[in-house]
Write a protein that binds this ligand. Structure first.
Ligand code: NAP
Ligand code: MG
Length: 475
């Protein structure tokens, strides 16, 4: 007899979504000059709210407000700036349930993840950088490191509030002011964060949120009075931004895509590796830049591992993101769903074997079942291109040297995973893998104290940890 899970929905009532939202400029919500757009709930395609769109003039107002606020904000002692950041961190914790529900509604991610991963990490990031604000002269960047000025920040839709925290917390701790553009499909938690800034009594103009699409992002990155551009998103847009910033003297950090190898050796603990593979690619529907999207398994254990993985995948529950039992939520947009479908179809056409557990999909909304491809060759698109969805490509290797060669055979270099009992092999691989983060016997673990960033087409610069301060200091 098999027990079924009863529905355990989190209440929507903990969050009060307004019918429409303005831009947050100079401490106030204002209208935008562009055509307003709608943010939808990807799980049922209902409209959540109408959002103002910032045009170039609005971005200019925001940058001017940030420039003015910079004079006083940068002159505050670090210990005073820290108080604001600690206050923001505490308000985030107090409002965590509301923010988690809002994030799941706007993004489609399971409440279990927004509640247990995103929100705790958002608060931790603010706490962590609050701690640095009065210790910058001990951070290893000289006796009196100075802030840069106004930071223009552009973030994607996969971890909306967490990416905001990664950008805003270090910038403010170092004494900069910011103009941030959230992604078009997930602006709501950034606007809730604007309210938190007001609640925390943050001086007007220190944080400005300009909502809109790509053109608004381009206006932020291209504004002549911005001193620093921080971008997280696709490699294509990262290239455009690098081109627009070249020669202007603006400081730039880029956090771009990835195609990480998750490497399992024959001596690995199989059950733990299976959990790590699932976390690696099915966490957040695979909308993770550092997702373990290429499984490299040692040939001798391929059958055993894939058998165990398929049994595990058959237990994943896909559906209502607000249900506390849900493992896999909705794909963030129709556009992203189309991209995942195109690449998965290409996998079949190029000759790989496609497998998914039996998994009924809801009628409304954007959904894609957890999918596994075996018989994948290095040359296949699904082995080379970032899918950014719940799709795993399985390749095999025989020797450690072959594993390294295959893992590094990608234009990206953001992360990698290694599963083995042997410590010396972990160290050897960590040295050889061209990836910014290498996880050993775990995957997709984040900590504000640990730097994160890429090699090659995954971008440059580091976010998080002491290293993350450098991007916001004149060093
Ligand atoms: P995207 O299309 O590059 O969008 C990222 C952000 O840039 C969005 O706010 C977007 O606005 C904006 N944008 C679009 N065109 C722009 C332009 N010409 N100038 C300035 N800004 C522009 O990426 P995405 O599809 O949202 O996100 C997925 C990608 O992000 C994946 O490739 C993933 O690997 C990467 N990612 C990387 C990291 C990391 O830390 N390395 C983390 C998360 C995601 P709209 O919302 O209107 O499109
Ligand atoms: Mg949305």
């Amino acid at each position: 007899m098999r027990f079924e899970y009863a529905p355990a929905p989190e209440s929507r009532d903990v969050v009060d979504i307004k019918p429409s939202y303005g831009l947050f400029v100079n401490g106030e919500f204002t209208e935008g000059g562009g055509t307003p757009f709608k943010s939808v709930n990807p799980a049922d395609e209902t409209v959540l709210a109408e959002i103002a769109c910032a045009d170039e003039a609005d971005v200019d107002r925001a940058v001017q407000a940030a420039r003015k606020a910079f004079e006083t904000w940068s002159a505050l002692p670090g210990s005073e700036r820290a108080k604001y950041l600690f206050r923001i961190a505490r308000i985030v914790q107090e409002r965590a349930r509301e923010l988690a529900v809002l994030e799941s509604l706007d993004n489609g991610k399971p409440i279990r993840e927004s509640r247990d991963v995103d929100l705790p990490l958002v608060a931790a990031h603010f706490f962590y950088y609050a701690g640095w604000a009065d210790k910058l002269k001990h951070a290893g960047f000289g006796p009196d490191p100075r802030p840069l000025g106004v930071a223009g920040q552009i973030i994607p839709w996969n971890f909306p509030l967490l990416m905001l925290a990664w950008k805003i917390a270090p910038a403010l701790a170092c004494g900069n002011t910011v103009v941030l553009k959230p992604a078009e499909t997930t602006p709501l938690t950034a606007l809730a964060f604007a309210e938190i800034c007001v609640q925390a009594g943050l001086p007007a103009g220190v944080v400005n949120i300009v909502t809109g699409a790509g053109a608004t992002g381009a206006a932020v990155a291209g504004h002549a009075d911005v001193n620093k551009v921080a971008f997280t998103g696709s490699t294509e847009v990262g290239r455009l931004i690098a081109r627009s910033v070249a020669g202007t003297g603006k400081k730039l950090t880029l956090e771009l895509g990835g195609k990480a190898a998750n490497i399992v050796f024959e001596d690995a603990a199989i059950d733990q590796a299976v959990e790590g593979i699932v976390t690696g690619i099915f966490f957040n529907q695979g909308h993770v830049c550092c997702a373990g999207s290429r499984l490299l398994v040692q040939e001798s254990i391929q059958e055993e591992l894939l058998g165990a993985l398929k049994r595990r995948l058959a237990t994943l529950r896909l559906g209502d993101p607000l249900d506390k039992n849900t493992d896999i939520g909705a794909i963030n947009s129709a556009e992203q769903l189309a991209r995942i479908r195109t690449l998965a179809d290409a996998g079949e056409q190029e000759g790989a074997d496609r497998w998914s557990p039996s998994c009924p999909l809801p009628d409304k909304g954007f959904w894609f079942p957890p999918t596994l491809f075996t018989g994948v060759a290095q040359s296949h698109r699904i082995a080379r291109e970032e899918i950014f969805g719940p799709v795993l490509s399985v390749l095999t290797f025989r020797t450690p040297a072959e594993a390294v060669e295959k893992a590094n055979n990608t234009p990206y270099g953001l992360s990698a995973g290694v599963w083995t009992e042997k410590g010396s092999r972990i160290l050897w691989l960590a040295d050889k893998l061209r990836a910014g983060v290498v996880w050993a016997n775990t995957f997709n673990r984040f900590d504000p104290a640990s730097p994160f960033g890429g090699y090659k087409e995954s971008g440059y610069g580091r976010e998080g940890g002491r290293h993350g301060l450098e991007a916001y200091l004149d060093v």
